[in-house]
Design a protein around this ligand. Structure first.
Ligand code: WT7
Length: 635
């Protein structure tokens, strides 16, 4: 399982200043960690008490039907009660919830009061469209203020949202609409990206054509270009929001703690993406605690999570947790390099951003342009930096630390997943750092690195990263597929009751954790998660390909790029023209992220005798490495 040549800098320490430690929300990690481990239920109950509930829970953790754990059962709440309703009764109502900047320079800043009103109005619009508690609503939008409003409005009326990232193709969108069976879809005419319009509504039209379960489409006007509006199905957001029905008075639906908050699709090892289900109660407790402690949010901070609301990072740490904490966020619509590679640094300077949270692929992408771009700007407002999505290579870490953080900002490298809802392994600002290590588990979380039998491996050895106990924001199930939930996460270490993360990791002599990467058929390309199966079935669906195998090859910028090996159907010859056609096909069937860097035509694929493709062999071959144990190879 060992990754070739992975030798982390385990003795390169960076210690926080006394100042940072003293002022941190949690100055003593060790003490809080031990307290949490000694009695997790009391610990989480205390955290839950920092939030508002319509009715207090009877039981913190119900583990009577493992691994279908339930948290805060009997409790009545709604995440919007904590994210908005409670703030407008305090001085925070006039605080800025977020400052939004469009790629084209448009600006919006919205107070908690105004956001509360917009959400109330839109929740009434949704109700008038017949959306009821429990109905799934699909959201396919750019990074605009209205996506935040739409998500919160759904939550407010108890309708689980299913946000589909705006970079996904028509087929990916259609599949997710179909799986969630959502009648109502919220979108934009287009999105600005790199100075060009991404035609979201065109993609929606095609997706709805393929999945006709949608009968109502609400369209936010962002780019203003000409689009098709279908009578009786499509409505402009601004038209609806100016109707008398869009009253600023709206009751927040009283939800059970375990009622679904959202479904978010993510790639798995086989077949179609799975709908990860999260609920109101545990999720609000866990996301707000992790953000407050790992990123040390204070009232005068300007928090910028530069992800997209369409991913779990955006759900948890652009939308829900910052609002629960009453923080002020920055949201930027477009590309980091538009019109110049200093766009982000300009934003940090202009708005006095104090905490920046982004992905290694973005850091590497900006690092490429050299130090002059960040050096031109005053970045002295920054006090903490964050990383997420894939292991951060030490070179990128050091650059981020030195050039962006002026060697003064701790780097909070957070390991987690769509399924975990919030940070699982992460330093708190008071913890000593090593570049490339996510350090230690968050208080209340017990992890281990184990061998195939589930026994802990020695320090320095690679193994499966597992989570040993339940936590409040854990995935509740795969939407509509309990079997898959059990198989994917719980089957392998069933006897021990461990949650299988799907990553290989290592623990060093100091107990620091190093996540090496996925060990299943999931790829990380520019931090985006993709299943090899999705790309492979996309290739086969073109009709010219009988069978294909897809692997990830390490890449300096993207982390991994995709290589695809394809066997053409009888009578079809591989050619450059076919390569172009297949790439274009993948762009439409799966999305631009999934387009292979290389497509090679072959007449055979390495398989085991039981017919499983040995991707490991393809990878070793592509990288010019020894092929390893071939005893199970069929031919
Ligand atoms: C996978 C989960 C969690 C939000 C974004 C990704 C990889 C994530 C780190 C990190 C090393 C990381 C893992 C994980 N990953 N963060 N700090 N260090 N690897 O969520 O798309 O569900 O992907 O991302 O491989 O399993 P996701």
């Amino acid at each position: 399982m060992s990754e070739q040549g992975f030798s982390p800098p385990t003795s390169e320490w960076y210690h926080p200043s006394e100042e940072v430690v003293k002022n941190a929300n949690v100055p003593d990690y060790e003490a809080v960690y031990n307290e949490a481990v000694s009695d997790p239920e009391i610990f989480w109950a205390k955290r839950a008490e920092t939030l508002d509930w319509y009715q207090k829970w009877d039981k913190v953790l119900d583990d009577s039907n493992k691994p279908f754990y339930k948290w805060f059962t009997g409790g009545k709440t709604n995440i919007v009660l904590n994210a908005l309703d409670r703030h407008i009764k305090t001085w925070r109502k006039n605080k800025i919830a977020f400052i939004w900047e469009g790629e084209n320079g448009d600006k919006v800043s919205m107070s908690y009061w105004r956001l509360w009103q917009e959400v109330n109005k839109f929740s009434n619009v949704l109700r008038s469209m017949g959306v009821k508690k429990g109905d799934r609503v699909t959201i396919y939008m750019g990074r605009v203020p209205e996506i935040v409003i739409a998500m919160l409005a759904c939550a407010k009326i108890g309708a689980p949202h299913s946000v589909v990232y705006g970079g996904f193709s028509e087929q990916a969108l259609a599949d997710r609409i179909e799986d969630a069976q959502s009648r109502v879809l919220i979108t934009c005419d287009g999105a600005w990206l790199r100075g060009k319009i991404v035609k979201l509504k065109d993609t929606v039209d095609e997706a709805v054509h393929r999945s006709p379960v949608v009968d109502t489409v609400i369209v936010v006007k962002r780019t203003g270009h000409e689009i098709n509006m279908e009578q009786g199905r499509d409505y402009w957001y601004h038209d609806l929001m100016s109707l008398p029905i869009a009253s600023v008075r709206s009751e927040t639906e009283v939800m059970d703690a375990e009622d679904p908050l959202f479904i978010l699709y993510t790639s798995g090892t086989t077949g179609k993406p799975k709908g990860v289900l999260h609920t109101h109660g545990g999720y609000q407790v866990y996301t707000s605690t992790t953000l407050s402690w790992a990123f040390d949010i204070k009232d005068d901070d300007r928090w910028w999570c530069a992800a997209d609301p369409g991913w779990i990072t955006g759900h948890s740490y652009i939308v829900y947790a910052p609002l629960i904490l009453g923080a002020t966020s920055i949201i930027y619509e477009g590309a980091p390099t538009y019109p110049y590679p200093d766009r982000w640094w300009r934003i940090v300077e202009n708005y006095g951003v104090t905490i920046l949270y982004t992905a290694p692929t973005a850091i590497r992408g900006l690092m490429r342009f050299g130090d002059a771009w960040p050096n031109r700007h005053d970045l002295s407002s920054l006090r903490l930096l964050g990383s997420v999505g894939e292991p951060i290579n030490p070179e990128a870490w050091r650059w981020y630390h030195k050039v962006i953080g002026n060697e003064e900002c701790p780097i909070i490298d957070t390991w987690w997943q769509t399924e975990t809802g919030g940070f699982m392994i992460t330093p708190l600002p008071s913890v000593g750092l090593k570049p490339g290590s996510a350090t230690r588990p968050f208080p209340g979380i017990e992890v281990d690195i184990v061998d195939e039998k589930g026994d802990p491996v020695a320090a320095g050895e690679d193994g499966d990263l597992v989570i040993k106990g339940p936590w409040p924001s854990m995935i509740r199930t795969v939407y509509g597929d309990d079997e898959r939930f059990l198989r994917q996460y719980w089957e392998k270490y069933k006897d021990k009751g461990y949650y299988l993360a799907g990553d290989t990791a290592r623990r060093d002599e100091d107990g620091y954790l190093w996540v090496i990467g996925r060990n299943d058929d999931v790829l990380k390309v520019s931090g985006y998660r993709l299943g090899t199966a999705e790309v492979e079935s996309g290739l086969v669906s073109h009709g010219t390909i009988a069978e294909s195998a897809v692997i990830g090859i390490p890449d300096d910028l993207k982390g991994n790029v995709i290589y695809a090996y394809c066997i053409p159907v009888a009578g079809v010859e591989g050619s450059d023209a076919l390569v172009d056609e297949l790439k274009d096909h993948i762009r439409h069937e799966v999305g631009p992220i999934a387009v292979p860097a290389k497509i090679e035509f072959v007449d055979k694929l390495p398989k085991t005798r039981s017919g499983k493709i040995m991707r490991r062999v393809l990878k070793a071959q592509a990288m010019g490495q020894p092929l390893g144990d071939l005893s199970t190879l069929e031919d």
